[in-house]
Write a protein that binds this ligand. Sequence first.
Ligand code: ATP
Ligand code: MG
Length: 400
Amino acid sequence: MTNHYTVAAPDIILLKLGELILKGLNRRFFEDRLKSNVARRLREYGSFKIYSIQSIIYVEPQNGDCDMAGAYEACKKIFGIITVSRAAACEKDKDAILAAALKYLGGELSSTASFKVESKRSDKSFPMTSIQLSQYVGGGIHDAYPGLKVDVHNPELVVNIEVRDLAAYVHAGGEPGAGGLPAGSCGGAVSLLSGGIDSPVSTYMIARRGVSIVPVHFFSFPYTSEQAKEKVLELARLLQDWCGRLTVHVVPFTRIQEEIRDKCPEDFFTLIMRRFMMRIAEAIALQNGCKALVTGENLGQVASQTMEALHVTESCVSLPVLRPLIGMDKSEIIDLARRIGTFDTSVLPYEDCCTVFTPRHPKTKPRLEEVLAAEAPLNAEALIEEALANTERIKIARRG
Ligand code: ATP
Ligand code: MG
């Protein structure tokens, strides 16, 4: 390894991989996927060189036009990364490292009361131990800022030094990344996306496990308005920061709901409607090579989410139904919705297709045979075919 790093762009972003490190033989596949996800997400922030060495992905701006702050924020939302740090790169030489620390962290050093230096070397040929390097750089910083206290236990500022393969890096500590696995590394799933609080969160949770998402929305115009649809598209736009580009499938659902209202016993309206959603979602999954369905269902939240109701709902499909929120409390779901940025949009007033024909006495403990009998008068196949034929595919644009 060379010791002569030409510092073309001292400002760099370091991405540390999460669970990928555990992936054994598949690790290369996950790492390559992650690198291409990073490249795609950062395209709008300028031209970057992206490479990985020993479980670190390096994001190097290629010129002065790169939006480093924007790129840094975007990196915090890319699944598969546990820590994101913005750093200064310099030559692997103790004085170059000290100079980089003084220059890059000058603002922090002059406004803080105490500090310590923490060094790591993955390049074991570096001629000093980590402790010696920390002492050297700490001494130099102290000479430059004599009023600054060294505090090894509770410092206000930690000056981090990492001596790695191509260069040394100086930074003031990283921030947590998005965790999970790289988008698209674990296949695809159809996610049933309503305008509520829950389904954007369930979509996020499954995407975080490396699954690429095809969102499906059931739209009951004119019982639900054009704004209700816009709201779902806005939620998809917000989710794109995490999930990558999305194409929302908007399924016309009015005819099916009217048929159910006209031909089925009222107590079963919601359950039959949900079964149609599942069958249509499964058909879209098969068209798109997806291997599972995702819903925001949560045990016991409403009449249609008892264990009996969940059984009735899923027994008409054979793909696995993933319900990542199943055991969460509502307050936990809301906290997560706030953290991922969908909550404020979810609580905007809107009409929900589920509330259009709500039964007065919904069945909370339905038996499958009674539901099958209740939906028997419908020509399910024809209704599903018609809904699929009229499904609109909306490619969500980037924000901004
Ligand atoms: P949410 O907050 O996601 O709307 P919810 O607690 O209101 O969920 P329901 O309205 O019973 O519960 O819906 C349960 C799940 O069914 C939703 O999380 C979503 O996955 C799916 N779903 C409901 N309505 C629609 C719709 N109009 N389009 C797509 N999926 C829907
Ligand atoms: Mg809802």
